[in-house]
Design a protein. Structure first.
Length: 273
């Protein structure tokens, strides 16, 4: 699944093609993806200028004067910038046309989303999908104290808390595993047993891992490519994720894999306590 770095790489890639441009057409090749497409979406977008782009967690935001287009890449989606006459393939579901070029959403598994939030309905942060999301990890407000305070009365494991997204948003399975390794914390540790000092280290690791992943174009494990069709290469730097049975890059102990809440977790039993 595209996580925060992949969505941010997508946002950075599409922004130069979107901001200040006028939408001249919209092609929807299905009635919806995870949810139905908004009624009269073309009427809301066509003819409008794109004011800016944004991101909230794993949601890409395209801002217009009248509202915001909300895009989620789902489990296997990606967006590319293409000439406007590029033929569509089987899993190409949405085209946003901007003169002689288009932005195309491809989503083989159809778990993505294309939604609309009218400006008259309030600020975008109040949209039902966004209003309960946790803090953005790459902001100055996010630190170890935030994690420590939010976990004093919870009993789930630290890996499950990171994936829940209600304390800190966008730290998916890949980057949670890598951040926990970098901070030396076992993924099975109960959140209320982690000290403030260790949470400070974890917050720093999350920021570092996410920033490095964005710089390297994200992780391309299956379907993800950037807007020009190129793959990310952060996966070449993994310490633990998807390295079951391989030696730890720090201590040579074999990397272990366990299931936590239906998700695979990868860690080093020696480096992570």
């Amino acid at each position: 699944m595209p996580e925060l770095p992949e969505v941010e790489v997508t946002r950075l890639g599409v922004s130069p093609y979107l901001i200040g441009q006028r939408v001249t057409g919209l092609v929807l090749r299905r009635s919806g993806l995870r949810w139905p497409f908004p009624v009269n979406l073309a009427q809301k977008m066509v003819g409008q200028l794109v004011d800016s782009t944004g991101r909230r967690g794993k949601y890409l935001l395209v801002n217009f004067k009248k509202g915001t287009l909300i895009v989620h890449l789902g489990m296997s989606g990606h967006i590319r910038v293409l000439p406007d006459n590029t033929p569509a393939q089987l899993h190409d579901h949405v085209d946003i046309i901007l003169g002689k070029q288009l932005l195309r959403l491809t989503d083989p598994r159809r778990f993505g989303a294309v939604l609309w939030h009218d400006r008259q309905d309030g600020v975008i942060e109040q949209h039902p999908l966004l209003q309960k999301l946790g803090m953005e990890p790459l902001t100055d407000l996010f630190d170890g104290a935030v994690l420590y305070k939010a976990t004093r009365h919870r009993k789930i494991t630290i890996k499950q808390m990171l994936l829940a997204g209600d304390v800190v948003v966008g730290v998916g399975n890949i980057y949670a595993s890598e951040s926990l390794f970098l901070s030396g914390i076992s993924p099975t540790t109960p959140v209320n047993e982690i000290s403030l000092a260790r949470y400070k280290k974890l917050a720093g690791a999350i920021k570092q891992i996410l920033a490095e992943a964005i710089t390297k174009g994200g992780s391309s494990l299956k379907d993800f490519v950037n807007v020009n069709g190129a793959s990310g290469y952060f996966q070449q730097n993994y310490f633990v994720y998807d390295r079951t049975g391989l030696p730890c890059r720090k201590c040579n102990t074999l990397i272990q894999q366990v299931k936590q809440g239906q998700r695979s977790t990868f860690y080093c039993v020696k480096c992570q306590k």
